[in-house]
Design a protein. Structure first.
Lengths: 793, 257
């Protein structure tokens, strides 16, 4: 007890001395912290990275498999331009000419390596022993009616084109630009490819106003990621306005608002410096850090300021005394809540999604700086600024604890009933929480305010799918892709894929083999099958390859050694779970029906995203446990009570369960961004518990109240503070929830739910439990006052 | 008076020389290179092609090439594949034309037939390598327009723009060695968007018959895909005295057996 007392008084002394020191040396303190913030800010460098690869850690097995496939064949990032002529007929001289023109222009796209369009499709036909290979529509301006009719007939029968480059009606067509990025600079896409493509589109629209044009593909997706990051960063401005208003309302003092603003701005620019020093490239999840820091850091300042002003207005202390007293009372609580928040954010490092590591680390650093500035810059500034309490304000402070007292009385009257009701509601929602399913359909990451989403939806409704699954099918020997056995199996796999309901289009080498075989037999349809002799197949392939033009070769389908080929299945918009199931079905079919070298696993960006949520959840599980243990330990130490530390787990964990339960009723689908909320919100909502429990303990230990009185005391003293910080947090996350990017908006929305749930639980379930668990104990002996709890005000 | 005329003429010619400089000098160099190689008659050479991808995985093909020099039109050539096994005996016969697209036939031993490939496509990769057919076919002066760029010691650097609209390139930049019979030391290829696509370096040059420089190794590097292809030439034979009869469809069938 004595040791505790010493520690306690040491902490008090430390905080008091700290405050006195800061106030005495207010100018130097202000200048040093200003220099620190500016110094960090000068290292600041915010670069954005829109590459979807950033979502996958280096060791992500899906990414490794996909990269391996791209190494074997070609690395394809693409832009797909979808053209819809107003006359709903691609096959007119004017329209084909326009498409041919745009195709030629598309070759000028920076880093482009290939352009596929209806006009440059390599149409193969035979006349006797002559083999003709040429663009389907070359110099379209010179085509006659009959020739165009023939082009239409060929195109709409061509399996390589239909549902990929042209729709079945021949009214919508695509130009697919494959881009091979050197990957040396993050600005390759935003500053080179995207501006070029956008210019090309607008020039084309000007010249051909009767074409509608939509663009999608991995490059526009990167751009959308990039632009989402920038847009989300702009949310900071809105949050800043909210901070100003909230601080003004809560403190009713202009200088307090000003000082708070300085503290949060210092914290943010320091975090920006951290970003620059660590060389972090911002992504949509991590680009929200300024709003996060604003939201969380403002609470520190508000606690200190509100107490200070209260002491001035209510207790009539002078400014300096009020400031010292406020610092003495708040130093430890602010330290502990900062600590738990930092722990919560740092646990994001346990996950498997790098942008969230960045978010966690940047925010944790920002919170550390916020603690530092709140305890240095803030008191220094308040000491400098001419803050006064008016008589009118002093008057007003005195009434209004009424609502919180009746709330306390309400709980105290029926703790058993409230506990039971709470537990029933929480159990019900926990049950529902488990029924949420992961869905990381990356197109749906963007809401309908984003052009990319709308364009992509248009394309999937009118032409082809956006999602795909790819298999690198090996033959087990050099040149083995010409083995008739291999070709037959490949062909069977192609057929099987085509028969699957979710498949829109299949591109496989067996199709090439069939087509060439037919051409080698005078275009006889009976020979539209894979060759049955290895030499024949190999020599046909050699002949065919010799006849292909620049950029339209088979290197994207066949590896150098001719031992493997690539099968690409284009898929409907289906959920992550269905996508994973589909790819597994394909893998199983290969295992059941083909020899071992042909067994391949499905890979693609779509699949990588599909599995991302599960992977993140698995890896975050440990992180969450660690966060829970660490934060509970912090609570035990802070409250100096093992029992209450354990009890605190209930109000700390249940809000998350309740949050996900309500989410099930709201959406039912969760994404990768939401996996991190457990650790993150734990660090935030724990503050409520800490404040409430510490007041409860203070009443029990120092004032000798029984449990019921202590609960009412806690409501009266801390109720308002909890409500106001909750409001600030809700405001911050509500701002984030307007993000057009679902990883951020869903995360923010569920956080709002969790924070509200936390407050309700802390006001209903926690006091009930405190009363119920205290029942068996004898009232604390009054004669021996316990040391004052750390966390009091 | 005479002096003045001579002087005037001299000045005029230097001025003219400079005025026509870039384009004409480029053409001049190309013609000089053609001239220097004139009269080899015919040649036979074996070559090994090594394809390498980014990760260093390799794949090999071996071929034999016969070339017949023609002056009034482009050269004729015959290529026979010896490996991989499943294309052994497959042969191509090509008549390059100074103007218009080339004629090409392919003999497929598996079906024992000659197929004519009618295609304007010469820009695609040659058997999966980083060489386009247009990089390997006979280099006729008429197929490009020229622009002299610079002179570095013995090296003359000339830009060449293909006449064929279906070429995969906007231009090539060729480095000739003036003192070594205008042999080519290096070629850089720029793709349709005028970005550097590939670099071809010639090495292990040997002088045959005291006149004809032939490189023993062609090394093509694709800067965009990071793949590369090596061609190793072996046993140049300039004494076979091939004739037009060795470059017919019948000869093509025979070669493949």
């Amino acid at each position: 007890m004595n040791a505790l007392k010493k520690a306690k008084s040491f902490a008090n002394k430390f905080a008091t001395n700290w405050a006195k020191f800061v106030i005495k040396r207010k100018w130097p303190v202000l200048l040093v912290t200003l220099a620190l913030a500016m110094g960090l800010a000068s290292k600041g460098n915010m670069e954005f990275d829109g590459d979807y690869h950033v979502f996958f850690s280096k060791s992500n097995p899906e990414l490794e498999a996909f990269d391996a496939l791209q190494e074997k064949f070609t690395k394809d990032d693409n832009v797909i331009l979808v053209l819809t002529p107003s006359n709903k007929n691609i096959f007119t001289k004017e329209n084909l000419t326009a498409i041919e023109e745009l195709t030629a222009e598309a070759w000028n796209t920076p880093y482009s390596s290939r352009v596929d369009a209806i006009t440059n499709f390599q149409y193969t036909r035979a006349e006797g022993d002559d083999l003709y290979v040429d663009d389907l529509s070359y110099e379209s301006t010179l085509k006659s009616e009959e020739e165009i009719a023939k082009i239409k007939e060929v195109a709409l029968k061509e399996p390589l084109l239909v549902d990929r480059i042209i729709n079945r009606e021949g009214s919508v067509t695509a130009i697919n630009i494959t881009v091979k990025l050197p990957g040396l600079d993050v600005n390759e896409i935003p500053q080179e490819v995207t501006p070029f493509v956008r210019n090309m589109i607008s020039d084309f629209k000007e010249k051909h106003p009767d074409f509608e044009i939509h663009s999608s593909g991995l490059i526009p997706m990167n751009t959308a990621f990039f632009e989402a990051s920038m847009k989300d960063m702009m949310l900071t401005m809105i949050m800043l306005v909210i901070v100003i208003i909230t601080t003004l309302i809560l403190t009713r003092n202009f200088y307090s608002m000003l000082a708070t603003l300085v503290v949060v701005m210092f914290s943010i620019i320091s975090a920006v410096g951290f970003v620059g020093i660590m060389g972090i490239k911002l992504t949509p999840p991590s680009a929200v850090f300024p709003t996060m820091i604003l939201t969380l850091a403002v609470a520190d300042s508000i606690h200190i300021l509100v107490t200070m002003l209260q002491k001035m207005r209510k207790d009539g202390l002078n400014k300096v005394d009020a400031l010292v007293e406020s610092m003495r009372l708040n130093f430890m609580p602010v330290f502990i809540t900062s600590l738990t928040t930092i722990i919560g954010f740092l646990t994001m490092n346990f996950g498997d999604v790098p942008p969230f590591w960045d978010l966690g680390n940047i925010t944790a650093f920002g919170m550390m700086m916020a603690f530092l500035f709140s305890t240095t810059t803030l008191p220094a500034l308040m000491a400098i600024l001419p803050v006064k309490a008016t008589a009118k304000q002093q008057e007003r402070e005195k009434k209004k604890t009424g609502w919180y007292t009746s709330m306390g009385n309400f709980v105290v009257k029926q703790p058993v009933r409230l506990a039971i009701v709470s537990i029933v509601v929480i159990s019900g929602l926990t049950y529902l929480a488990n029924k949420n399913v992961f869905n990381d359909e990356f197109i749906n990451y963007f809401d309908k305010t984003v052009e990319f989403r709308n364009n992509t939806d248009y394309i999937s409704e009118n032409l082809t799918g956006i999602y795909n699954v790819e298999y690198a099918i090996g033959s087990g020997e050099s040149g083995g892709i010409n083995n008739p056995e291999y070709l037959k199996n490949l062909n069977a796999f192609e057929d099987w894929l085509k028969a699957q309901p979710e498949v829109i289009h299949v591109s496989a080498f067996s199709e090439v083999a069939r087509r060439v075989n037919r051409s080698m037999h005078g275009d006889d349809e009976a020979y539209y099958r894979v060759p049955d002799n290895r030499e024949e197949a190999a020599q046909y392939l050699l002949l065919y390859e010799l006849s292909l033009p620049f950029g339209l070769d088979l290197n994207n389908q066949i590896n150098v050694d001719k031992s493997e080929t690539r099968v690409t299945a284009t898929i409907d918009n289906i959920s992550s779970a269905e996508m994973i199931a589909f790819s597994k079905r394909g893998e199983k079919w290969l295992r059941d029906n083909t020899p071992e070298p042909m067994h391949a696993i499905g890979v693609s960006p779509t699949l990588m995203f599909s599995k991302l949520g599960f992977r993140q959840a698995d890896s975050m599980f440990n992180g969450n446990i660690v966060a829970l243990i660490l934060i509970s330990l912090v609570l035990m130490i802070a409250l100096r009570s093992f029992k209450l530390g354990l009890l605190s787990i209930i109000p700390n964990v249940t809000p998350v369960l309740v949050g996900f339960g309500i989410w099930f009723l709201y959406k039912g689908q969760i994404n990768t961004g939401m996996v991190i909320v457990f650790g993150m919100t734990l660090g935030i909502i724990v503050d409520d518990t800490v404040h409430f429990m510490s007041k409860f303990l203070r009443a029990r230990r120092e004032l000798g109240y029984d449990a019921k009185q202590a609960v009412i005391y806690a409501f009266e003293t801390v109720g308002k503070a909890l409500v106001t910080t909750t409001i600030v947090l809700i405001a911050g996350f509500a701002v984030l929830s307007t993000s057009s990017f679902a990883l951020n908006s869903y995360m923010a929305r569920i956080t709002v739910i969790i924070i509200i749930a936390a407050l309700i639980i802390d006001f209903i379930l926690l006091p009930s439990l405190l009363i119920l668990t205290a029942k068996k104990e004898k009232p604390v002996v009054i004669e021996e006052p316990q040391p004052q709890v750390v966390l009091n005000k | 008076m005479k002096k003045i005329i001579v002087l005037t003429l001299a000045t005029l010619s230097t001025v003219l020389l400079h005025a026509q400089s870039a384009e004409a000098r480029g053409l001049e160099i190309a013609k000089a290179a053609e001239q220097a190689d004139l009269g080899f008659g015919s040649s036979i050479v074996e070559l090994k092609m090594v394809l390498k991808n980014k990760n260093g995985q390799t794949s090999e093909r071996s071929l034999m090439t016969k070339t017949l020099e023609l002056t009034e039109d482009g050269d004729k050539s015959l290529i026979v594949f010896n490996s991989p096994k499943d294309v052994k005996g497959t042969s191509t016969l090509t008549f390059t034309h100074k103007i218009g697209s080339d004629d090409q036939w392919l003999f497929l031993p598996s079906i024992k037939r000659v197929k004519r490939i009618s295609s304007n496509n010469k820009s695609g990769p040659f058997v999966g390598s980083e060489f386009a057919y247009e990089d390997l076919s006979s280099q006729e002066v008429e197929k490009y327009t020229y622009k002299f760029l610079e002179e570095k010691g013995d090296l003359l650097i000339v830009e060449q723009d293909p006449v064929d609209p279906k070429s995969g390139y906007t231009r090539r930049v060729i480095t000739y060695n003036k003192n070594k019979g205008y042999r080519i030391e290096k070629a850089e290829f720029y793709d349709r968007k005028n970005a550097l696509l590939k670099t071809l370096t010639y090495s292990d040059y040997k002088l045959y018959k005291n006149k004809f420089w032939r490189a023993g190794t062609f090394h093509m590097v694709n800067h965009q895909s990071n793949k590369e292809t090596l061609l190793h030439f072996n046993n140049y034979n300039f004494d076979a005295n091939l004739t037009e009869d060795d470059f017919t469809q019948v000869a093509l069938q025979r070669a493949g057996k």
